[in-house]
Design a protein around this ligand. Structure first.
Ligand SMILES: N[C@@H](CCC(=O)N[C@@H](CS)C(=O)NCC(=O)O)C(=O)O
Length: 235
């Protein structure tokens, strides 16, 4: 075996900010759902200086000589290796499509509390956040949720009969949204029976259920993507 192959078999390392689930959680779920061992490393931007290309932002996956950022790309790389996507070009592209739609929703959920950008604290943009959250709750969240509801009515999974990684990501995103916006999401949920059943189905997968009950699972908090600020979740 060459040195390169040796390094590649050394395993997966995920680099992400400490103390919050964030986008790192989307990658963790792929490992946890498949019982794949991985190293969970605190993100240190300087550590990657000798690699090309340098990652812009975490999560970052290192696997042998491979270094990838962008959550959707990391998942697309891992999926065939972990058995989390169907071996068919059209279905693999469809999984990517779902993942990128979820990524759009994640950005919009984040921007509801940081409409002016991540460089300033929430406390410095509360008035703008209130307006943005209103628009998210009234327009964008229902549009995304109904989109996935329609797909899942043909379920049980996003690809129909085949489970794939965006099922994990959708679960994580709506877990986050129901944490951040319990009132708004609570009003919408009765319209979303297939999406709610899908959330329960993912949570009941034996390896995911064990993970959710473990101390490896990081709770949502006010440093992450999905923050519960009551002022942004009024009826
Ligand atoms: N599109 C990227 C976004 C990555 C990203 O925004 N990461 C956040 C943490 S979840 C970050 O640290 N961003 C720093 C920055 O944008 O300057 C992805 O989906 O992975």
């Amino acid at each position: 075996m060459s040195t390169t192959e040796n390094r590649k078999s050394a395993g997966y390392r995920l680099h992400y900010w400490q103390g919050l689930p964030g986008r790192g959680e989307y990658v963790r779920l792929a490992f946890e759902a498949t019982g794949t061992p991985f190293e969970d490393v605190a993100f240190e931007p300087g550590r990657f200086d000798d690699h090309v290309p340098r990652p812009f932002a975490p999560p970052v996956l290192v696997h042998g000589d491979v270094l990838l950022s962008q959550t959707a790309v990391i998942l697309d790389y891992l999926a065939p290796r972990l058995g989390l996507v169907v071996d068919d070009p059209m279905l693999r592209a469809t999984s990517s499509m779902h993942q990128l739609t979820i990524a759009d929703l994640v950005v919009e959920a984040h921007d509801a509390h940081h409409p002016l950008g991540p460089q300033a604290y929430y406390e410095e943009q509360k008035a703008e956040a209130k307006k943005r959250a209103r628009a998210f709750i009234d327009h964008r969240l229902p549009k995304f949720a109904r989109h996935f509801e329609n797909i899942l009515q043909k379920g049980p999974w996003l690809l129909g009969d085949a489970f794939s990684y965006p099922d994990l990501s959708l679960f994580q995103t709506f877990a986050g949204i129901s944490h951040a916006f319990p009132n708004a999401y609570g009003r919408l949920a009765p319209e979303l029976p297939a999406l709610e059943a899908h959330r329960a189905r993912v949570a009941a997968l034996p390896k995911i259920a064990a993970y959710l009950a473990s101390d490896r699972r990081r709770p949502f908090n006010d440093s992450g993507l999905f923050r519960h600020y009551p002022a942004l979740d009024e009826s």
